[in-house]
Ligand binder design. Structure first.
Ligand code: PRP
Ligand code: HPA
Ligand code: MG
Length: 179
């Protein structure tokens, strides 16, 4: 375990097992349909890569990059689009892939945006959910795990761009972000 991590919440094996279950559920629900899976960079990148391998049907993938946190550990509530989708999503079934729903501000903004673009349906899959901190009313259609109100790192989640490549989901020691 990395020295800045206080506790491992979900090991690589536990995350992998849960992703296989979610992937199977998604494949069942979208059977015979055309699905566009949209990963939200950068946090969702590791989860996205593992998840699409476990959806046993052909899907199209695309990415958006948005930022609301920057270097801070609190959401600013202002969502900036840094990279948009490559193509129109009009009439298509889309699945947004997130690493974590915290305040919910990022996702509610994104979901509204994709609905306005006339997608046939917009659903959300998130690896993690931190329900205690919700400011916008939003839930995941598919969820990996709920987490307590601590700062989480690993498996794509960062603090100041570090810790994303830890292969597990853990709690960052508070002294790292509150010196
Ligand atoms: O529910 P919220 O309070 O809006 O927080 C969740 C969002 O914040 C993080 O992204 P961030 O903006 O830090 O960018 P990153 O994915 O590049 O780390 C995370 O990846 C989610 O997208
Ligand atoms: O707990 C978190 N960790 C990392 N990034 C985040 N973005 C929202 N919440 C978190
Ligand atoms: Mg982040």
């Amino acid at each position: 375990m990395h020295q800045d991590v206080q506790e491992i919440l979900f090991t690589e094996e536990a995350v992998d097992a849960r992703i296989r279950e979610i992937g199977a559920e998604i494949a069942r629900d979208y059977e015979g349909q055309d699905l566009l899976v949209i990963g939200i960079l950068k946090g969702a990148s590791l989860f996205m890569a593992e998840l699409v391998k476990r959806i046993d049907m052909l899907v199209e993938i695309d990415f958006m990059a948005v930022s609301s946190y920057g270097k801070s550990s609190e959401s600013s509530g202002v969502v900036r689009i840094l990279k948009d989708l490559d193509k129109s999503i009009e009439g298509r079934h889309v699945l947004i892939v997130e690493d974590i729903i915290d305040s919910g501000l990022t996702l509610s903004y994104l979901k509204n945006l994709l609905e306005q673009r006339k997608a046939a349906s917009v659903k959300v899959v998130s690896l993690l959910d931190k329900p205690e901190r919700r400011k916008a009313e939003i839930t995941a259609d598919y969820l990996g795990f709920s987490v307590p109100d601590h700062f989480i790192v690993g498996y794509g989640l960062d603090y100041a761009e570090r810790y994303r490549n830890l292969p597990y989901v853990g709690v960052l020691k508070p002294e790292v972000y509150q010196p």
